[in-house]
Design a protein around this ligand. Structure first.
Ligand SMILES: Nc1ccn([C@@H]2O[C@H](COP(=O)(O)OP(=O)(O)OP(=O)(O)O)[C@@H](O)[C@H]2O)c(=O)n1
Ligand SMILES: C[C@](O)(CO)[C@H](O)COP(=O)(O)O
Length: 376
């Protein structure tokens, strides 16, 4: 089943107030929109509908994340329709539609919707109403309502893509959400477990609530990696994805990129997933001469598939020569590109070992690295 994700972020957030629409404001250390995308990036390709005026801020906010941006519409339904139309050329089988303003969506909530789509045309998260319901006027209670069978609708709301696209195309407008659009087209929608944590940031007070939820659930993992490669005859070395001219080459089964290997092992370590040798055995001839970005990308994909995002990596190269400083910016840029991280999330630096030991005698290069991963 191909699943795509449509995140609606074209609203103005007028009720939330503030200088910026709520989806671009920072909560628990990063913009709301980044939290929301990270919660879904393991599910499938992400399309986000944005207000046309927000293209620059959206691009900057989402740097390093794989998100396609599409212009939204005048209301939520119009935005969803634009997003669905934009997916038509490479149509998925299923689509999950989610409010960008709900950054605390978690894995069980999302999986519940996906599982229900195995047997329904649509499925959406909701919570049964548990409080008594009143009507009121002028600050006084005027009556009570039966809460039996009432639910508070949330997102994600998931559908067979072709059916929800057809339903939106046929809809006259004015729907509260995509479940209403789908039901008006005759689709049956399963209710899946919603979560009190899955709040929609609506008013100014919701930012503090969302921050508390995001901070309290943080599952932070730290991994370390260490690698050594010896010199052999040659005229360049590969370090953190950059070809550096040198009087020797590094010897190895792959391209011997000692820095990239250390970072890759740090990510595997944070996931308790062994090391490069476990995933790419040196005894297997298919990895001979392999470019090390293959290993690093695998580690990043493994992290993503387990619901983690990489928060930062830090790598120290230990050698007398070549001098790393002139190449450090290019190394950080290349590593960031491979991992989908912003430049300020990647650090590459170097030290000598004061001419002591094997690195001091210029017999090879060593690298140590750390990586922090956060559960999205
Ligand atoms: N024309 C619109 C209106 C809303 N949304 C999105 O729909 C979600 C839920 O809407 P809501 O919370 O009402 O957001 P806003 O419309 O931004 O808020 P407000 O009504 O306070 O302006 C939000 O992620 C919002 O960005 C959208 O994509 N396009
Ligand atoms: C779709 C929705 O999140 C369901 O609760 C909600 O209807 C969207 O927000 P709005 O405030 O109604 O625009």
């Amino acid at each position: 089943m191909t699943i795509a994700v449509l995140i609606v972020a074209a609203g103005r957030g007028t009720r939330a107030g503030g200088a910026l629409p709520k989806q671009w404001r920072t909560v628990a250390g990063q913009p709301v929109a980044r939290w929301t995308v990270q919660a879904f990036q393991a599910v499938g390709a992400v399309t986000m509908v944005i207000h046309p005026d927000d293209r620059d801020i959206a691009t900057a906010t989402l740097a390093g994340l794989d998100v396609r941006l599409v212009d939204g519409g005048a209301d939520r339904a119009g935005s969803v329709r634009n997003g669905l139309e934009a997916m038509a050329e490479d149509a998925p089988e299923l689509v999950l539609i989610h409010d960008c303003a709900r950054p605390c969506a978690d894995h069980p909530l999302i999986q519940g919707v996906i599982d229900a789509l195995a047997s329904h045309d649509g499925a959406a998260a909701a919570l049964a109403v548990t409080d008594a319901l009143w009507t009121g006027d002028g600050g006084a209670v005027t009556g009570t309502r039966d809460r039996t069978g009432l639910y508070r609708a949330q997102t994600p709301q998931g559908f067979r893509y072709d059916k929800i696209l057809a339903a939106h195309r046929a809809h006259p407008g004015g729907a509260a959400d995509d479940v209403q659009v789908a039901r008006d087209a005759g689709l049956t929608i399963a209710i899946t477990p919603g979560s009190e944590r899955n709040l929609k940031i609506t008013g100014p007070e919701d930012f503090a609530r969302a921050a508390k939820l995001l901070e309290s659930r943080m599952d932070i993992r730290l991994g370390n990696g260490f690698d050594v490669h010896a010199f052999e005859a040659g005229d360049h070395v590969w370090l953190c994805g950059v070809k550096v001219p040198h009087t020797h080459a590094l010897k190895g089964h792959s391209d011997a990129d000692v820095g990239m290997h250390a970072v890759t092992d740090a990510i595997y370590g944070a996931l308790a997933e062994g090391d490069i040798g476990r995933h790419f055995p040196p005894s297997d001839p298919q990895w001979k001469g392999c470019e090390s970005h293959v290993f690093l990308r695998h580690a990043v994909e493994l992290a993503t598939s387990k619901g983690y995002v990489i928060n930062n990596v830090d790598c120290t190269l230990i050698c007398e020569r070549p001098k790393v400083g002139p190449h450090a910016a290019a190394m950080m840029a290349r590593m960031g590109e491979i991992m989908g991280l912003r430049p300020d999330q990647v650090s590459v630096k170097a030290t000598t070992s004061e001419r002591l030991g094997f690195t001091g005698r210029e017999e090879g290069i060593a690298a140590i690295a750390t990586a922090t991963l956060v559960k999205a």
